[in-house]
Ligand binder design. Structure first.
Ligand code: TRP
Length: 446
């Protein structure tokens, strides 16, 4: 007998799980640091434009594709089209992206866990000494690998627990707590430090002279990364959705919450950066270097919860990455969930060691770089946008209009607008940004 497919326990459960996938290191670690690196306001504006014009239509699309097919991403593209459809390769690309992203994501999440314990001990000394702790952690292979190991064990355990009992149950507790804590940190930054105004100016006053081609590409890539798009995660989560919920409303809510959290984190962190007169462009180390300097004043009551929740936010995202890889083998090969999760998880883990050891480097884009940065750059800026581009070409030009309309819920003006966006606006937008990032646009000067 064929077991019926698992579904979410409730729509709230779905929203929290999908928001949990979207909100993660991308919002709290990555968004502030790339905003710092690319110079602030103008980058933020391009990023917001990408979320609205590319991210939101794509999130709706992925949920529609998933719920229509009730299948894993590889099979979903086939089922909504025809057997042996070449579009299933979009699903394969997604699985590859998920595998690669999780392998380095876990290393960063491991740093977050390490900082829980550093917080308990407390941060003391001069700002330079405090910031050195992060450097020490990153260059120590044994520490980085140990935390990467612990994090992957947690991810595997939750994914092995399934949809309702594992992913949904945990998201329901963790996400609301994270929100409250960030709210507190943001108010602290705005009203208790001298950096609040400077942070708002930095984030919201665009200076377009600082906007490079790479910055535009990264803004697009980040819109994909932060909304968990372009690799089938939302197709997978959509496939567990019940038929009677409004996809558009849910997608708007998820995108809004995700963006809001990133901006909150940005305000909280840059207030401190400016309060202490630090440099905004500190790359991957930004939150692990700046925040501890503040935490030396506030004590463990603030720092421990912060890093605990950062770890949790990373967990709810990491499980969605692993789920995409796992669900294919459960659906198609009939493997048990536990066995599949273990095998896939261990492979990701082993591969992640490349990213965990900072001294493993390779020439990439003109300099020697660590694998973590290389994998991050390739997946975020190329693999996810390509996956997204193909997904919207698929739903815009291949999938039956009747099927889409049924999942969308109406054929009125919003539906027509979405159709138009997915056929022209979104794919052209992604293609332009990709070409621009490769410095291949004929009418631009590089
Ligand atoms: N969105 C998560 C974050 O911002 C990361 C993530 C989870 C992700 N699932 C994904 C990124 C799928 C791309 C695709 O931290």
């Amino acid at each position: 007998m064929k077991k019926s497919r698992e579904t979410w326990g409730s729509n709230l459960g779905f929203i929290l799980a999908a928001t949990g996938s979207a909100i993660g290191l991308g919002n709290i670690w990555k968004f502030p640091y790339i905003t710092g690196d690319y110079g602030g306001g103008a980058f933020v504006l391009v990023y917001l434009g990408c979320v609205l014009m590319i991210g939101l239509p794509l999130m709706v699309s992925e949920l529609i594709i998933g719920r229509r097919a009730q299948k894993n991403p590889v099979k979903a593209f086939e089922k909504n089209h025809r057997a042996k459809s070449p579009w299933q390769s979009v699903g394969w690309l997604g699985m590859a992206s998920g595998f690669l992203i999780l392998s380095f994501y876990s290393v960063i999440a491991g740093w977050a866990m390490a900082f829980i314990f550093k917080s308990i001990k407390g941060f003391a000394g001069t700002p330079d000494q405090i910031q050195q702790q992060f450097v020490d952690l990153v260059v120590s292979p044994s520490d980085s690998i140990m935390w990467h190991t612990i994090f992957m064990v947690l991810v595997i355990a939750i994914v092995a627990g399934g949809i309702k009992g594992g992913i949904e149950r945990w998201s329901k507790i963790l996400m609301p707590t994270l929100f409250l804590l960030l709210l507190g940190l943001m108010f602290h930054g705005l009203f208790n430090t001298d950096g609040g105004m400077a942070a708002l100016n930095f984030l919201f006053q665009p200076d377009f002279s600082r906007l490079t081609a790479e910055a535009v590409l990264s803004a697009l890539g980040h819109a994909f990364f932060t909304l968990s798009l372009g690799m089938g995660a939302m197709i997978t989560y959509g496939s567990y959705m019940k038929k009677d919920t409004g996809i558009v409303r849910d997608a708007i809510l998820i995108s809004f919450l995700d963006t809001f959290i990133a901006l909150m984190a940005g305000v909280a962190i840059f207030s401190l950066v400016f309060h202490y007169g630090m440099e905004p462009g500190q790359s991957v180390g930004l939150i692990f270097k700046t925040l501890p300097v503040l935490f030396a004043d506030t004590g463990p009551w603030v720092s421990v919860p912060f890093f605990v929740l950062l770890t949790f936010a990373a967990l709810t995202s990491a499980i969605s990455l692993l789920e995409v890889v796992v669900v294919y083998f459960i659906d198609e090969k009939g493997w048990s969930r536990i066995k599949t999760t273990l095998v896939a998880g261990i492979l990701v883990y082993l591969f992640g060691i490349l990213s965990a050891v900072a001294s493993f480097t390779m020439p990439f884009r003109g300099s020697d770089q660590g694998f973590l940065d290389i994998f991050d750059f390739i997946t975020t800026n190329y693999m996810l946008p390509v996956g997204g581009l193909l997904t919207c070409l698929y739903i815009g030009w291949v999938m039956k209009e009747k099927d889409i309309a049924e999942e969308f819920g109406s054929r009125g003006l919003p539906f027509q607008m979405l159709r138009l966006a997915l056929r022209y606006l979104t794919p052209i937008g992604i293609a332009l940004v990709l070409l621009h990032g490769l410095e291949l646009l004929p009418f631009m000067e590089y």
